[in-house]
Ligand binder design. Structure first.
Ligand code: ADP
Ligand code: MG
Length: 624
């Protein structure tokens, strides 16, 4: 596992050796690109001096490149079907996931049988990955123009709650845009890094991100230089847009504009509401001049006090969610060492006031809340590109492939799933397979597939000295631990005698990104076969267990059965034996069930016998 290394700023490599890298915040509403130049980290503006690129793509015909950004927004009203906004909401989502959004979307999805949804446009059907790639492409060109050279690599940020599919889709969008995506980074972690919190004392940080359409709160813990996401919570339908709606509603009631107002009027009202809201971050009160449909105009005033009244219920919602996130993280408000503000809507002063009241400390606002995520990503990208010396490392990484161990039948049991942040420790209990078993081999594997033969073997060790017991009675706790250096150690411990054995492994050794990719691809392609095979293997293991146990029981206690009974059992045993090597797990299962049925009485008699033996010579009250 290649670990992300962060060192103290100051010592940079010589200019001619510098490898250009950038951080990209691929946002729902706005996207940004930032780089580190001469020790300074800044977001990069376009030719008009605008840093924020609205995440909106308008497709023209196939001949012309799509329009991205402010210009695309302006055409949204005239050409809604070809103007795609908020595409981040669909990244890595299946057709089913987005169906429920269906009616509220201005554009059309193509009905396909593939799992990736596509949007119908004049330039053809586009997947969310392609749309995102257009945004990334514009930012790539902006960075290369500013730096005067090609980008060697980028770090793209994603919400902490993004699952595997959403992360993969984001990575693919980067590839499609011609970018070398060195790493995806969680947005809250990027914000914390931008403030240099990774260099500060260990402790809890809350990252409060209120954007245009979404709200996210993340609770992070910095531990030995690693940010761990303790919890995330949020509301995918709460943001600055809702402030705009509340203000627009209020204007409508003040100006006597009915609910039947035209689309155009409402659009303009929302626009004016947003401008007023943004201005109120700097001034006490703003004048409103609203053109009405009949040609007349309404003039009024919106001051901070009125604004606060309108948005307080919305802010209250974010606080309730924040409380939930703290509870999920098992952290109290006083344990929070720093509160980082992210997202344009945290410019609203009332939001800051309420946050300060809630957390009992002023939030960090020195870095522009729109830019803070991109800035953190750029700092990471610079280090990953190799522009910093290797001392004073901060390790911040996830496990690229799942780690697990071999269980009976050549199957892999995953203990730590891929993408888990390190350091991490996970334990699971295992048991013996045979009566009287005193040793056990722990075979450690890496990979996503179900069968040992399809995963990569990392090493094995054996645990000896397990006290002899009946199969399934021993408890062996196997603990997988990956430390901040990416070192895996696996320990197996027997519960009663406390015998222990362990092994240390460096899981990344020799595995390149390409190998990781092809292993992941394999696991997707073979997912169905694997499940089928797993089912067969599991039943085979169970069949062997049942047959073994029965052989022993017959040897020991065969005298408890009549000749007739023995015959019936042997018949069922033979039937199971016959189907055991077949590939039909249903058949094996049903033969096992039949054998179990045939031996129920026998098992009951054996149980009685052993209880009698156990009780012989003891007083009954010994067992109270
Ligand atoms: P996202 O994370 O969804 O891409 P941003 O973080 O860019 O969104 O935030 C966009 C939101 O920030 C919009 O609702 C916008 O009105 C709001 N915003 C921008 N500037 C200000 C300001 N000065 N005061 C209040 N809200 C602002
Ligand atoms: Mg954002």
């Amino acid at each position: 596992m290649a670990l992300l290394q962060i060192s103290e700023p100051g010592q940079s490599t010589k200019p001619h050796e510098r490898r250009f890298a950038a951080g990209i915040d691929l946002g729902t509403t706005n996207s940004l690109v930032a780089t580190v130049r001469s020790g300074q980290t800044d977001t990069l503006p376009d030719e008009q001096g605008e840093h924020l690129l609205p995440s909106v793509v308008r497709y023209l015909d196939n001949e012309q490149a799509p329009v991205v950004g402010t210009q695309a927004i302006q055409s949204a009203a005239d050409d809604p079907l070809n103007t795609i906004s908020s595409v981040k909401r669909f990244m890595g989502r299946g057709v089913k996931d987005i169906k429920h959004l269906g009616d509220r979307l201005p554009y059309e999805f193509v009905q396909t049988d593939t799992s990736v949804p596509r949007i119908k446009t004049v330039a053809g059907d586009k997947s969310p990955i392609e749309v995102s790639a257009e945004i990334l492409h514009v930012l790539k060109k902006r960075a290369e123009k500013t730096l005067g050279d090609e980008l060697k690599g980028v770090v793209i940020t994603v919400p902490a709650y993004f699952d595997d599919a959403q992360r993969q889709a984001t990575k693919d969008a980067g590839k499609l845009a011609g970018l070398n995506v060195m790493r995806l980074l969680n947005e809250p972690t990027a914000a914390a890094v931008a403030y240099g919190l990774d260099k500060s004392a260990e402790g809890i940080t809350a990252v409060f991100d209120l954007g245009g359409g979404t709200f996210d709160i993340s609770i992070l813990r910095l531990n030995k230089g690693v940010f761990e996401v303790l919890s995330t919570a949020g509301d995918t339908a709460l943001g600055g847009d809702d402030f705009d709606h509340a203000i627009a509603q209020w204007i409508m009631s003040q100006a006597n504009i009915g609910e039947d107002a035209s689309h155009g009027v409402i659009r303009r009202l929302l626009h004016d509401a947003r401008s007023a809201k943004e201005a109120l971050a700097d001034v006490e009160s703003v004048e409103l001049n609203i053109d009405l449909q009949d040609g007349s105009a309404w003039q009024g005033q919106l001051d901070r006090e009125q604004l606060n009244k309108l948005i307080d219920p919305l802010i209250q919602k974010t606080l309730i969610t924040s409380r939930r996130a703290l509870r999920d993280a098992n952290v109290s408000v006083d344990e929070v060492k720093a509160v980082v503000m992210v997202g344009g809507s945290t410019r609203t002063l009332r939001v800051r006031e309420k946050i300060e009241e809630f957390f009992g400390q002023p939030p960090m606002v020195d870095i522009d809340p729109d830019k803070v995520v991109a800035v953190g990503a750029a700092i990471q990208a610079d280090v990953l590109a190799g522009n910093k010396p290797d001392d004073e490392l901060l390790l911040l990484d996830v496990i690229p492939l799942s780690l697990g161990l071999e269980t009976m039948g050549g199957l892999v049991e995953k203990i730590i799933p891929r993408n888990t942040t390190i350091p991490v420790a996970r334990a699971q209990d295992f048991t013996t397979f045979k009566d009287g078993q005193t040793g056990m081999t722990v075979h450690v594997l890496q990979g996503e597939r179900e069968l040992v033969s399809d995963c990569r073997s990392l090493g094995q060790f054996s645990l000896q000295g397990i006290p002899a017991m009946v199969a399934g009675a021993a408890r062996i706790r196997v603990t997988f631990q990956v430390d901040a250096d990416g070192l895996l150690s696996v320990t197996a411990e027997e519960e009663t005698k406390r015998v222990e054995a362990s092994i240390q492994i460096k899981p990344s050794y020799g595995l390149t990104d390409t190998e990781i990719e092809s292993m992941l691809k394999d696991s997707i392609e073979h997912a169905k076969d694997d499940v089928e095979l797993r089912n067969v293997r599991e039943q085979q293991v169970e069949a062997d267990r049942v047959m073994d146990a029965l052989q022993i029981a017959l040897q020991q206690d065969g005298d408890l059965l009549t000749a007739e009974e023995v015959k019936t059992i042997e018949k069922a045993l033979l039937a199971l034996h016959k189907v055991r090597d077949g590939e039909d797990h249903h058949k094996i299962k049903s033969a096992i069930d039949k054998l179990n049925e045939a031996t129920t009485d026998f098992a009951a008699r054996r149980m009685n016998k052993s209880i009698k033996q156990a009780l012989a010579g003891h007083q009954v009250d010994e067992f109270d």
